[in-house]
Ligand binder design. Structure first.
Ligand code: AMP
Length: 396
């Protein structure tokens, strides 16, 4: 795997695909700078080598050129975070961009306009990718958030750089973290899968059955498994068309010696609301009219025990409706157990939309080993898919 550390960027222009798809408020100010900060180590290494950086990214889902999606809005924030002046160029291809790059001095940064102002970007258009490729000597992909897309700037472009392409340090870290969970991590390996539905996690469960020792299941998908085992789930979320598959997974796990841990108690509510009436019941005996919205304390204890004995941990998906305070305790307890295991030497990866949000909300993100920056890209990696953005760099 070639990374920026295999290159000396002295007098070189690095064309870097970053993921600056950041949230903006109504005054076009960046409200969460995580993604810009995440790209900083790559940019700094290149500048310190004596090279220059041409940054390209998408922002939002524009239809043609739309000022609200202009990357000009974030140029000042990039400057403040990196600590170097940023020259904004109002088009990502063409004469203006090529002239700006030709005049770019070592130690300087250019930020190109939104790639998705051109529909060719998402189409993976080869001619558009070739135009982009004129804007640098070495192509660096540091955008994990779009690595699962076969777009012009994320994968097609790589073929124009021969050997002169590599992963930025952020993308390299993402790849290493996933690899630790999927192949090289110390055992026992435990995967925690929560969230709403079995249907969206089924491919992941099937893929990781051969790779982990324990699977902890929580969240809404618990109840499809409990019903498949003959339990009463009241009005909890269920996907009846997945009952057979749930049984199948339990049988396969048993055959492979993978321990599946289902919640034994649940916080149930008579409405999907923070101020609903709640009670604590056995997960297999949920009364009609009540729905399970969080795991109970007995479950939290059992899960904490499994985690205390794990050496490698993957967390994808909350254990309850953590957005509501009344149903957040199970997810918080789980997060704390992951933090405790990490302090004891375990490697812990938090990945996939809502668990990242939960880790951030409960102040746990700095106490785990790694928090992934890619939602869809993370899910597809866990499903065992080869991501086009990664394959394009690996296949020199
Ligand atoms: P996902 O995107 O599949 O990871 O799902 C995350 C969502 O699942 C969060 O918004 C949670 O509120 C929701 N969720 C977690 N537990 C439950 C549950 N027991 N019932 C319904 N929704 C849940």
């Amino acid at each position: 795997m070639k990374t920026i550390h295999d290159f000396n960027f002295n007098h070189k222009k690095a064309l870097i695909r970053v993921d600056f798809n950041v949230p903006l408020n109504d005054s076009f100010q960046v409200t969460d700078t995580t993604r810009i900060e995440a790209a900083k180590p790559t940019i700094i290494k290149i500048l310190e080598d004596g090279g220059s950086c041409v940054l390209m990214s998408h922002l939002g889902r524009p239809k043609g050129v739309q000022n609200e999606f202009s990357l000009q809005h974030i140029a000042a924030t990039v400057r403040d975070i990196i600590g170097v002046e940023v020259q904004f160029v109002a088009n990502c291809v063409g004469a203006e961009a090529e002239a700006a790059v030709a005049n770019l001095e070592d130690g300087k940064i250019i930020l190109l306009e939104n790639l998705r102002f051109h529909e060719e970007e998402k189409k993976g258009d080869v001619a558009f990718a070739e135009q982009l490729s004129k804007l640098g000597d070495i192509y660096v992909n540091d955008a994990f958030g779009t690595a699962h897309r076969a777009h012009a700037s994320t994968s097609v472009i790589a073929s124009f750089f021969g050997e002169n392409k590599c992963f930025g340090s952020l993308l390299a870290k993402e790849i290493e973290s996933i690899d630790k969970v999927m192949t090289s991590g110390e055992k026992p390996v435990t995967a925690i899968l929560g969230g709403a539905k079995v249907s969206s996690k089924i491919t992941i469960i099937e893929n990781i059955l051969d790779k982990v020792n324990h699977i902890i299941i929580g969240g809404g998908m618990t109840f499809t498994f409990i019903k498949a085992l003959g339990g009463q789930i009241g009005n909890s979320l269920v996907e009846d068309e997945y009952l057979n598959l749930a049984k199948d997974i339990l049988a396969k796990a048993k055959a492979k010696g993978v321990a599946i841990h289902l919640p034994v108690d649940a916080v149930v509510a008579d409405a999907f609301a923070n101020d609903a009436n709640i009670q604590l019941v056995d997960t297999t005996k949920i009364p009609d009219g009540w729905m399970g919205l969080d795991v109970g304390p007995k479950t939290s204890e059992i899960f904490a025990d499994v985690l205390a004995n794990s050496k490698t941990i993957l967390w994808n998906g909350p254990l309850g409706v953590f957005e509501m305070e009344a149903f957040s305790k199970g997810t918080i307890a789980l997060g704390n157990a992951i933090v405790a295991a990490t302090k004891n030497g375990a490697f812990s990866l938090v990945g996939g939309g809502d668990s990242v949000a939960a880790a951030k909300q409960f102040g746990l993100s700095t106490a785990v080993s790694y928090v992934s920056t890619g939602g869809g890209a993370m899910l597809e990696s866990l499903e065992g898919k080869t991501l086009p953005g990664i394959a394009a760099i690996l296949n020199a």
